[in-house]
Design a protein around this ligand. Structure first.
Ligand SMILES: [Zn+2]
Length: 264
């Protein structure tokens, strides 16, 4: 069901990138989404604002179970206010709270948060997971934290290994939707640098396999669009001082030998 939604969004993004041929159609998804996100975040009544935002998270996540976090703990994201994964919780006040940990940190700038309560995984999204650019970004945030919840409970590997695995997963499940926004995928690049060589190999293999057979494209034309976008992303990374000499860029270039167009 998710892939149907993803494909529909992909089609809309493609259409809106085209010249004005579709202008007489009703407002295209991204701009309508932008309007709705801005309006919801501007509501002054806290209850109504929370309801408007959670409705948008539900719209973005389609078939996933999304619930509004409880309000028992004002200063901390807490298991008692949330449902365990795979439910996705939305906490309108997440950015005003601390993490659920002994060494608590402020979640001021976090779009999403994954934590364990007595060994049970929880996934919480906050207002920053609602990106005016499009619902694909909300899906990306949820996908990231749900992958941790599903895969990393009790996983003893270092953070960089788990993050690399997660970002690789998010890349291959979200790139088709977000490439028009020219993401850097900086955490993928930096965690690749810091991860164990075996983890790097696994990540590289997944990225190369995705390049060869990008999903959810269903035909050659769809696959070509994604592959071209991948080439362009890699080409931009080679020109970006932050990543031009990175291991991921080097390894991908070697594995793919891309003939990327020389433009940005
Ligand atoms: Zn993570």
């Amino acid at each position: 069901m998710k892939s149907t939604i993803a494909l529909a969004t992909f089609a809309l993004i493609s259409l809106t990138g085209a010249p004005s041929a579709f202008q007489e159609k009703p407002a295209a998804a991204p701009s309508e989404w932008e309007k709705k996100v801005i309006e919801a975040k501007a509501i002054t009544d806290e209850t109504k604002k929370g309801e408007a935002m959670v409705a948008l998270v539900r719209e973005a996540l389609g078939s996933k179970e999304v619930r509004l976090s409880g309000t028992a703990h004002a200063d901390q994201v807490h298991p008692e206010d949330n449902q365990p994964a795979p439910a996705v919780n939305f906490d309108p006040r997440m950015n005003l709270k601390n993490s659920y940990a002994t060494q608590a940190r402020r979640l001021e700038t976090s779009p999403a948060y994954y934590f364990l309560g007595k060994g049970t995984p929880y996934v919480v999204l906050g207002p920053r997971a609602l990106d005016p650019r499009g619902p694909a970004f909300t899906r990306m945030q949820a996908e990231h934290e749900l992958f941790h919840a599903k895969t990393h409970v009790g996983d003893p590997r270092p953070v960089a290994d788990r993050e690399l695995e997660t970002w690789t997963h998010v890349f291959v499940t979200s790139f088709h939707e977000v490439h028009p926004f020219k993401q850097k995928w900086a955490p993928l690049v930096t965690n690749y640098e810091e991860a164990d060589p075996g983890e790097r190999k696994a990540a590289l293999d997944k990225l190369v396999a995705y390049y060869r057979t990008p999903t959810p494209a269903v035909d050659d034309a769809g696959r070509a669009i994604i592959r071209t976008a991948f080439d362009e992303w890699l080409s931009r990374r080679k020109k970006d001082a932050d990543s031009s000499s990175s291991m991921l860029v080097h390894d991908l270039e070697k594995a793919l030998a891309p003939s990327a167009p020389d433009k940005d």
